[in-house]
Ligand binder design. Structure first.
Ligand code: SF4
Ligand SMILES: [Zn+2]
Length: 345
């Protein structure tokens, strides 16, 4: 392996490098228990309501098993080998016992709900049916699994699909994120959803590795405008540091800083006025900590509160009056990225 690499990663094999950080053994998790269940606030029919989130334990994202995205450690919670359909049924029953009729339901797998290797087709139908009374039922999938035929087999009226586009730049998808697909694949899948009138929620990443803070803001802004053509909702996910990832490796060496919350605010303020009815939201994982999007420590709580208020109301005035002495440091740091170049051991 060469010892020096440049910013764009063309001196290394990025898919292999990302893979080298992953655990390689199947995990001994209990197949009958979901990864997590919790409730949070969301919006349905213009009202703030309770949402029920279920993360099923499956074999995990096919792309993470093959290589994976530079920032994603979800595979750490996956079985890494097929989970028996009856055990997926038991996980769902356990979740149903805790389901209190929340109007929004999100069923995630740390991969693609529509991947038949994670959840067999008849089990997909059964799980979705269990939540047919929810107003919004959101599942996630990579575009690879979104076809008209597949969706016709499992569709129900309340279904919405979330896709992690991350960036509208093919260059960034390839060289900064190591995504399994390109924008043309997202567009194809989005058009299938449009044809079937299934709402699309798109995730956009804020600050993949090997970018300055300013480049990260610009890419998120461009990506939101791009995705707004196809989506009913766009969620901005600021990168957070997850174990067994390239981002974690860089972060531990002091070569990656998670995005500033000021950058997130900037992205939301710059884009919301221009995307009409498309809802724009952000729920920063580990926000306000060194592993998540953060500012100086003093203003983080207030800024996160404003982001939450904005996400629920779509009102950009939520950001009016926010200030802190760290704003100057953030402005100075816009051009800095210590991970532009790094040396592997
Ligand atoms: S971000 Fe999505 S596609 Fe990428 S490795 Fe994680 S689960 Fe798979
Ligand atoms: Zn501050």
């Amino acid at each position: 392996m060469p010892s020096k690499h440049d910013q764009k990663g063309d001196a290394w094999n990025l898919p292999e490098l990302v893979k080298s950080f992953r655990p390689d053994k199947p995990k001994d998790f209990d197949e009958t228990g979901p990864i997590a269940i919790w409730t949070e606030k969301d919006v349905s029919n213009g009202k703030i309501v309770d949402a029920f989130i279920l993360i099923l334990r499956t074999s995990g994202c096919y792309w993470a098993l093959h290589s994976g995205c530079t920032m994603c450690g979800y595979i750490n919670d996956a079985r890494m080998e097929p989970v028996k359909p009856q055990n997926l049924g038991i996980q769902t029953e356990k979740a149903l016992r805790r389901y209190g009729g929340e109007k929004v339901v999100k069923i995630f797998t740390s991969g693609s709900f529509l991947d038949p290797n994670e959840i067999p087709l008849d089990m997909q139908v059964e799980i979705l049916k269990s939540f047919e009374d929810a107003e919004r039922l959101i599942i996630e999938s990579l575009p690879e699994f979104i076809t008209e035929k597949r969706l016709e087999e499992i569709r129900q009226d309340n279904m919405e699909i979330a896709m992690g586009l991350e960036s509208a730049s093919d260059d960034i998808l390839e060289k900064n994120i190591n995504k399994s697909f390109r924008t043309k694949d997202y567009i194809r899948a989005a058009e299938v959803l449009k044809k079937l009138r299934i709402p699309l929620k798109t995730y956009i990443l804020l600050k993949p590795p090997f970018m300055t803070e300013r480049e990260a803001i610009e890419d998120a802004v461009n990506s939101i405008f791009f995705a707004s053509e196809y989506s009913s909702e766009i969620s901005i996910n600021p990168v957070n540091v997850q174990g067994f990832t390239l981002v974690h490796y860089l972060w531990r060496r002091g070569e990656y800083r998670t995005p500033w919350l000021w950058s997130l605010v900037e992205v939301l303020k710059k884009t919301k006025p221009h995307i009409g009815e498309v809802r724009l939201v952000s729920w920063p994982t580990a926000g306000g900590t060194v592993r998540g999007a953060h500012n100086c420590g003093k203003c983080d709580k207030n800024v996160l509160k404003a982001v939450e208020h904005f996400s629920l109301t779509q009102d950009v005035s939520a950001f009016d009056g926010l200030k802190c002495t760290c704003l100057g440091i953030w402005r100075d740091s816009l051009e800095i990225s210590s991970s532009n170049r790094f040396v592997l051991p």
